[in-house]
Design a protein. Structure first.
Length: 225
C-alpha cells in the first residue's frame, strides 16, 4: 500500500525537491502541495494523506498552527505531521511537538533518511532522535523554563511508568531505558505504550512534551548512570 504524502513549504523549489525524492520510491506518492498553513489544512482535508511534511515558518498560517489544526481535526485521525526545520529554530520545533507533530527532520536531511522517516511516521511511530531531542529541549528550557504544570495528568501512571516517562523525556530510546532500569527492551516498550494509552497521546513525541511540562524530565542534564 502506497504512503500518501502532503508537502507543505512556502518555497516551490523545496517542494519540488522533496517530491522528486519521494516519488523515486514505489511505495510513496505525493498527493498534494501547499504553500502556507491555511492551504495545508485544506489540502489535508481534501487529500487525506498519511504523512504531512510541514515547514514551520510560512505566511498566512504558520506550520505550528497548521499542525495543531490537522492533528486536532476529528476527521483526520490517521494523519501524521512531520516537521521540517533547522537547528536555528529549536523553540519552534518544541512548539510543533506540543501542537501534535510526530517528529521533525532537518531540511538538509539525506534522501534515504527522508524516506525512512516518512515510513516510520506513517507506521504510527514518532521520529525523535535522542540526541536531537535533548538538544531541542535543552535549548527551549534555556530560554523559557516554565514551572511544572499539569501534574494531575500523571495520576494514572504507576511509579515505574513515571520513571520510564522521565527517561523518554530525557531523550532515551527503549534500549537505553531498558539498560538503565534493568529490564528488557520489550518491557520498556510495553511501559512506554501503557503510558501513551493512559495519557491519551498518539506517540512518543507527546510523551516528551508531558515529561517536560510536568517536570519529570531532568532537562539540561543527562540522566544519572
Amino acid at each position: 500500500m502506497s504512503i500518501r504524502v502532503l508537502l507543505v513549504d512556502d518555497q516551490a523549489v523545496v517542494r519540488a525537491g522533496f517530491r522528486a525524492l519521494l516519488e523515486l520510491n514505489d511505495g510513496m506518492s505525493v498527493v498534494g502541495e501547499a504553500a502556507n498553513g491555511h492551504e495545508a489544512v485544506e489540502a489535508a482535508r481534501r487529500s487525506r494523506p498519511d504523512v504531512v511534511l510541514m515547514d514551520v515558518r510560512m505566511p498566512v498560517v504558520d506550520g505550528i498552527e497548521a499542525t495543531r489544526r490537522i492533528v486536532g481535526d476529528p476527521d483526520l485521525p490517521e494523519v501524521r505531521v512531520l516537521v521540517l526545520t533547522t537547528f536555528e529554530i529549536d523553540e519552534y520545533v518544541f512548539e510543533a511537538l506540543r501542537a501534535g507533530a510526530s517528529g521533525f527532520l532537518l531540511k538538509d536531511v539525506e534522501p534515504a533518511d527522508l524516506v525512512a522517516a516518512v515510513r516510520l511516521v506513517a507506521e504510527g511511530r514518532s521520529l525523535l532522535d535522542p540526541a536531537v531531542t535533548r538538544r531541542v529541549i535543552d535549548e527551549f528550557t534555556r530560554t523559557r523554563a516554565p514551572e511544572p504544570i499539569g501534574l494531575e495528568r500523571l495520576d494514572p501512571l504507576t511509579d515505574r511508568e513515571r520513571e520510564v516517562l522521565a527517561l523518554v523525556g530525557a531523550g532515551l530510546g527503549n534500549e537505553e531505558i531498558a539498560r538503565k532500569l534493568f529490564m528488557s527492551p520489550l518491557t520498556a516498550k510495553t511501559h512506554v505504550n501503557r503510558a501513551m494509552a493512559k495519557l491519551h497521546v498518539r506517540d512518543r513525541a507527546q510523551l516528551v512534551i508531558i515529561a517536560f511540562e510536568t517536570g519529570l524530565a531532568q532537562v539540561g542534564r543527562p540522566p544519572e548512570a
